[in-house]
Design a protein around this ligand. Structure first.
Ligand code: IMP
Ligand code: MG
Length: 332
């Protein structure tokens, strides 16, 4: 029995899809499990030369692997069927591959309407927060009670514990800085984006092999708080990095990498495999800055920046973290 976990270490949009895609190709997983969030997430995946943006369906479907929406998620039934339709239309087989845990909560029309009025947090307006609120208020609706979902239901306990050997890739949504407990409350999402969040879906701690933490060599954030410093370099960074939301199309606010917060995310989530994406964007910009130990640091090249990051992490984390730096066109 084995589980690998992929999590975002920043504010979502770290290109986690690239890492899950790579892992699905190189490991014989029996399941890919989405373990938190709803259709607020937008996972951009390049498969067979085509671009796909999925919100609910785990990326296992692109590889013929059973894809499970776990009990830590909230599900929009309408979006779920829309996505299945889109994938099938694009030639991706979903039949017999997509499952919903019977104890997953669903997002209702009222949740959607209520979240649609949000201005305080800058949510994706997909009904996420109200659906989780009703779950914890014990007024929610479970997937098992939704007639349209009957053909897709599974029991996570039976699936993972009573059917033989399983090897699960746990695919996290959003990121540590948006976590309900560890993010910058209230500018957070309503689910557990940590590695611990995966365990809430019938994954015992002893199964965990690798925790893949994914970040970018700079940071982006979408939402109501002010995040981007007032400097014309950041709009340039946004355009070079194509930093516009996969779900809402909103421009993502940009800032330099905060290595102190990255270290915290690595430690809390026990990350042993680190991928820092989009190195090519800073190389194109020709500016290599980050924050470390409370100060802004200017480096002279991408190579020097990578060295600085690796050495700082090694010093602060005090256990091996295998680190990969990756540009958009690179394989991991
Ligand atoms: P909610 O998850 O829609 O309630 O939104 C709460 C906060 O999380 C807002 O700042 C959203 O922009 C942000 N958020 C939610 N999902 C994502 C995502 O997949 N990527 C980036 N930000 C997200
Ligand atoms: Mg995204």
């Amino acid at each position: 029995m084995l589980a690998d976990i992929v999590i975002g270490l920043q504010h979502g949009d770290e290109a986690k899809g690239k890492v899950t895609h790579h892992l699905c190709k190189t490991n014989k997983y029996t399941h890919v499990l989405r373990y938190n969030g709803g259709c607020n997430a937008g996972h951009t995946i390049y498969h067979g030369g085509k671009k796909f943006v999925t919100h609910h369906i785990p990326s296992g479907v692109f590889h013929g692997i059973k894809s499970v929406i776990g009990s830590g998620c909230v599900l929009s039934v309408e979006q779920f069927f829309k996505e299945i339709g889109e994938l099938e239309e694009a030639g991706i087989n979903t039949k017999g591959l997509v499952f919903v845990a019977n104890n997953t909560h669903v997002i209702s029309k009222n949740h959607l309407d209520e979240d649609g009025k949000d201005t305080a947090i800058g949510t994706t307006k997909r009904g996420n927060g109200p659906a989780y609120r009703d779950k914890y208020n014990r007024k929610g609706t479970l997937a098992k009670d939704v007639p349209e979902l009957q053909d897709y239901l599974i029991d996570l306990y039976e699936e993972f514990h009573e059917k033989g050997e399983v090897k699960v890739l746990c695919e996290g949504a959003q990121g540590f800085e948006l976590d309900i407990d560890w993010g910058d409350y209230p500018y957070v999402t309503s689910s557990h984006c940590t590695a611990a969040g995966a365990l809430l879906n019938a994954i015992p701690p002893s199964w965990v092999r690798n925790v893949w933490g994914v970040g970018k060599v700079y940071e982006t954030y979408v939402g109501a708080k002010s995040f981007e410093p007032d400097d014309p370099i950041f709009p340039s960074l946004r355009d070079l990095g194509e930093e516009y939301g996969a779900t809402t199309g909103r421009p993502r606010q940009c800032n330099w990498l905060d290595l102190d917060r990255l270290t915290k995310a690595i430690k809390v989530n026990d990350v042993n495999m680190l991928v820092l994406n989009k190195t090519d964007v800073l190389s194109e910009l020709g500016t290599y800055r980050l924050f470390s130990e409370g100060s802004e640091v200017a480096l002279s090249s991408m190579q020097e920046m990578q060295k600085f990051i690796s050495e700082t992490i090694a010093r602060q984390v005090k256990k091996p973290v295998l680190t990969f730096f990756s540009g958009r066109k690179d394989k991991i």
